[in-house]
Design a protein around this ligand. Structure first.
Ligand code: F3S
Length: 63
């Protein structure tokens, strides 16, 4: 599984990095990025949750 953040859509709410800090982090620009690729098995569920919870649907997942 690979997660991606669409930086043009992200509003920097920080929910993804709170939900799954092993995969998402907030950058100096105030937007989220993915720094773990591929997503470890143990984090797949929380990545899914972050994807579904992002208020602007900026996170996409590829299997
Ligand atoms: Fe951005 Fe959505 Fe995360 S708005 S900070 S990608 S939850």
């Amino acid at each position: 599984m690979t997660a991606k953040v669409d930086k043009s859509a992200c509003i920097g709410c920080g929910l993804c990095s709170s939900t799954c800090p092993n995969v998402f982090r907030m950058e100096d620009d105030g937007l989220a990025s993915v720094y773990t690729d591929p997503v470890p098995d143990a984090d797949k569920e929380s990545v899914q949750e972050a994807c579904e919870s992002c208020p602007v649907s900026a996170i996409s997942i590829e299997d």
